[in-house]
Ligand binder design. Structure first.
Ligand code: UD1
Length: 392
């Protein structure tokens, strides 16, 4: 393959994708600068535009040094069918024009699924980074995206041995599966020293929604709860969201300060429920805008406990060792759970269970753990396999 140009088109759409694509872009760049391979890889980055706010998108490109997307499809918000449908229409045009050798998709968002279908219909080889994760919960749109993407992929890059087992059970030939580790952890390791030097008080000050008042930022280190929520079962239902908020504000915040960066989906719901006036009366809760990559990692690293419904944060808690209450009934990332050596406990979204889980985890010591190959070198392995496979 050394004398021939290999055209690779990678796709990103939503916030977690940006964190995963950064190390892959850098690994391709490094390979491309190798003496024997100079310029033999042509990498084209497509942003579908599913996430478009600066804080949800451009901030990550800047912080993580991701090259400017070559093409932005400008899809924006909408129902699932609208997002997937519009992405397919626009991405098909791009693929017909650029005819890549490979399309590389990451994770499980709508952009991942939409572009995988286009890849196959256009008969372009497809590689999936983060293959084999399964929650076995078909009510999750991400589970549908994962199943479709893995079923269509030619190369499947799995994060751990449980994921590999799922793929084999579904009949994927072993020869197409590569257990490479977790690419998100590459980004964490690369940025760890920057993150460690940051000041939490400055992060709070510069990201506070102006409804935050009276929050004390001294003596926070190791003594606060970090909360993030964005999944529809937790935030789209007024009653459920009110219950969780009451627990966080009326119970949790009396025991320790709470830092809560609000996802746009949750923000919309809080605006619609006219809750802000009530929320700003809790001085021990800092309401923040969505945080950048370095800032959220700093907030995680120094927290006593995390309450989240994000799969990515579950994985970051695992490596950083922060006790993590996962507000979901299931997870596609079982290696992060306490029973598999991690720090995460599934508590669903019932307040009795959340309270119980909080009692159990809030005094648990930090316990960093590192599943196999979560070592900061996943992207290099993926790029290596992709090149090697292409030359077969
Ligand atoms: C999506 C992914 C989810 C991922 C999450 C991380 C799917 C099915 N879901 O969920 O897997 O964990 O991203 O954030 O792809 N919005 C803005 N500004 C933005 C982006 C979104 O205001 O930059 C609003 C949208 O208008 C929409 C809501 O937030 O109303 C949700 O966005 P959407 O892309 O539908 O999904 P997420 O909930 O972010």
């Amino acid at each position: 393959m050394t004398n021939q140009t290999l055209k690779i088109c990678s796709v990103v759409g939503a916030r977690p994708n940006f964190i995963k694509i950064a190390p892959f872009c850098h690994a391709l760049e490094t390979l491309n600068n190798d003496v024997g391979r100079k310029g033999s890889i042509h990498h084209i980055l497509v942003h579908t535009g599913q996430h478009y706010d600066d804080r949800m998108s451009q901030a990550f490109f800047d912080e993580l040094n991701i090259p400017h997307a070559d093409i932005n499809l400008g899809i924006g918000s909408g129902s699932h069918a609208e997002q997937v449908g519009k992405t397919m229409i626009e991405f098909e045009k791009v693929i017909r024009e650029i005819r890549p050798d490979w399309i590389v998709v990451v994770g499980d968002v709508n952009a991942t699924c939409a572009c995988s279908i286009v890849a196959k219909k256009e008969q372009v080889r497809l590689a999936h980074i983060e293959a084999g994760l399964r929650s076995f919960d078909m009510e999750m749109p991400e589970e549908i995206n994962r199943l479709v993407t893995d079923r269509l992929s030619d190369l499947l890059f799995a994060t751990d041995r449980i994921a590999v087992r799922h793929l084999l059970n579904e009949g994927v030939p072993q020869s197409r599966i590569f257990m490479v580790g977790n690419i998100m952890i590459d980004t964490l390791e690369k940025n760890r020293s920057i993150i460690e030097k940051m000041e939490l008080s400055e992060i709070i000050r510069s990201n506070a929604i102006n409804r935050t008042s009276g929050f004390r930022t001294n003596d926070l280190d190791g003594n606060y709860a970090l909360v993030t929520l964005h999944r529809p079962p937790n935030v789209d239902n007024n009653e459920k969201l009110s219950e969780i908020i009451s627990f966080v504000c009326d119970e949790l915040s009396r025991e320790m300060p709470v830092i809560w960066p609000i996802h746009p989906r949750t923000r919309k719901q809080l605006d619609a429920m006219n809750l802000w006036e009530r929320l700003s009366r809790y001085p021990n809760v800092a309401w923040l805008n969505p945080l950048g990559y370095h800032s959220i990692l700093k907030a995680n690293m120094s927290a006593r406990v995390v309450l989240t419904d994000s799969g990515g944060m579950q994985e970051e808690c695992c490596v950083l060792g922060t006790p993590c209450l996962t507000l979901r009934p299931n997870t596609e990332r079982p290696v992060t759970l306490i029973e598999h050596g991690g720090v995460s406990k599934l508590v669903g979204n019932d307040v009795t269970q959340i309270r119980h889980g909080f009692r159990e985890l809030s005094d648990m010591p930090r316990k960093p753990s590192r599943p196999e190959f979560w070592d900061g070198h996943t992207a290099e392995r993926i790029a290596g396999h992709l090149i090697e496979y292409s030359s077969r």
